[in-house]
Design a protein around this ligand. Structure first.
Ligand code: LLP
Length: 431
């Protein structure tokens, strides 16, 4: 298992994160348990802030909170000076409850409800990212009744197919998000927006997908979006003040994953935008990006306890753990690859190849396929790395399993930021 951030192995052969022995954490908080390396999250935020800046272009780094959001995470993002992308009333509610400044919140959603939009506009969110033409009437109507103006970005689909899992591509011509730049009505839509007394069009947004390793796809995006910005300014007479290029930067999960070097990439993006807009003779005063996974994925580790080790008649070695696809659905959903180790036996060599599977009543309930481990024993602690993004946030109560607790670790101290669910929580809304 590759070690990230503050991960180390101590003399006892235990996995240590944030100077906390994970075996002790499993004991103290129980398993399954999500551990988040707080320093690594902060370092990631700083890396983005320090490298995504330029003298010529204003910049904003907006954390895509769907990757991982809790009240504590909102406060951390606030402290690190990033903005926040929310995609639902629930994410917005969490941010507002945490006291996150509304003007730094960007409201997304391809099917925002009236209630969600009222909540966002009343709170005074900084930007609403409008997905489609049908949303405009609703926003106007709400602004009229609240006597407010909404600052928006229009989400565009530039028709780029990123090289990633089909479920997380977002700009194929048939993707559900945004308005296509090739749509014959695209300039009518823009004209309709700029005529509205209630809507202030600040610029455009595009997000091409997630877990992307090809830098060139982003450079292609820049070229297409800037060509479009020029055309829109010519046809509609607008000034594109802001461009949001979305997120999607790939991270390391397992062998074969080759994330690009963010420091270089971020500088390159700014350079490309500057050069391209210069050659087109247009000015893009502000550039935004929305990283989610890159901020939190490597900071997360899930701890499980081994309940049984089973060899099937067909010859497969299973390690049964006390969690499952309810706390990490990514392997069954996207065939995601993970690395794992025994947190209490990090100094031992792998002896056999195992499949780590959970408690859920599905054969697809697999967390890690084919991982080499020292022969696991009942009671060992399995650590699965890079579970910080889209694990807790995509967890469920399938099979009425309570969700694990979330613990932040830093400098030898741990703090629980989300309590473990109880059986009482499971029936809370049952009538
Ligand atoms: N901006 C927008 C508009 C998005 O839809 C997303 C992710 C992001 C930014 C952040 O992308 P990131 O930097 O995290 O890749 N559940 C899937 C990922 C879904 C991503 C959804 N949108 C997974 O577990 O792989």
């Amino acid at each position: 298992m590759k070690l990230f951030g503050t991960m180390e192995i101590n003399e006892e052969g235990h996995l240590v994160i944030g100077k906390c022995d994970t075996v002790d954490l499993a004991e103290e908080y129980g398993t399954p348990l999500y551990i988040m390396d707080e320093q690594l999250i902060r370092d990631r935020c700083r890396l983005f802030r320090e490298n995504f800046k330029s003298e010529d272009i204003k910049t904003e780094v907006i954390y895509a909170s769907k990757a991982f959001l809790t009240l504590a995470m909102c406060r951390l993002i606030e402290e690190e000076g990033l903005s926040l992308d929310v995609v639902s009333g629930g994410e917005l509610y969490t941010a507002l409850k945490a006291g996150f400044p509304a003007h730094r919140i960007h409201m997304h959603g391809n099917n925002k409800s009236r209630e969600e939009l009222v909540m966002a506009i009343e709170a005074g969110v900084g930007r609403i990212i409008v997905d489609n033409r049908y949303e405009l009437d609703l926003i106007e109507d709400i602004c009229k009744s609240l006597d407010k103006r909404a600052c928006i970005l229009l989400r565009l689909n530039p028709g780029i197919e990123a090289d990633t899992h089909d479920y997380i591509k977002t700009t194929k011509n048939d993707s559900k998000f945004g308005e296509s730049i090739y749509d014959e009505n695209i300039f009518h839509i823009i004209n309709r927006i700029i005529k509205s007394p209630y809507i202030d069009l600040k610029g455009f947004h595009s997000h091409i997908g997630s877990q992307i390793f090809q830098e060139e796809t982003y450079y292609e995006l820049i070229n297409i979006m800037l060509d479009f910005a020029k055309k829109a300014s010519q046809v509609c007479g607008i000034r594109v003040e802001e461009l949001n290029l979305g997120g999607g930067f790939g991270v390391y999960y397992a062998k074969g994953d080759k994330p690009f070097e963010l420091e270089v990439f971020l500088k390159n993006i700014l350079e490309k935008v500057k050069n391209k807009s210069g050659s087109l003779g247009i000015d893009i005063p502000k550039l935004m990006i929305e990283p989610g996974r890159t901020i939190v994925a490597n900071a997360g580790t899930t701890l499980y306890r081994v309940g049984t080790v089973k060899k099937t008649y067909g010859g497969k070695n299973y390690v049964f753990i006390d969690g499952g696809m309810n706390d990490n659905p990514r392997t069954s959903l996207y065939d995601a690859q993970y690395e794992a180790a025994l947190a209490n036996r990090m100094d031992e060599e792998g002896q056999n190849v195992y499949t780590i599977t959970g408690k859920c009543c599905e054969s697809g309930d697999i967390i890690v396929k084919n991982v080499s481990l020292p022969n696991p024993r009942v009671g060992d602690i399995v650590a699965v790395s890079t579970t910080g993004a889209y694990n807790y946030s995509m967890s469920s109560n399938y099979n009425r399993l309570p969700r694990p607790a979330v613990v932040f670790v830093k400098d030898g101290k741990s703090r629980c930021v989300v309590k473990r669910e109880t059986y009482e929580d499971i029936i809370r809304n049952d009538i």
